[in-house]
Write a protein that binds this ligand. Sequence first.
Ligand SMILES: [Zn+2]
Length: 73
Amino acid sequence: MSGDRLCGSKRPDHRCTDGGHIPCVLRAGHDGLHQDTLGLRWIDRDSALVEALAITFAGEQLRQLLDGGEQQP
Ligand SMILES: [Zn+2]
């Protein structure tokens, strides 16, 4: 297995948990969420996925504004 490198990204929200800083164990350059050995997943703030979600949410808010901000049943 050559070039088998891990992502190694660490969760940004490292509060005072005793779990320490467990890096992502997925392959380097993987898509989607990171995942550590405990199965915990997190998202990279500057990943393309976050950008896409931000655009989606912004679009949703924009639509509400254009609709007058009122939600009708
Ligand atoms: Zn990762």
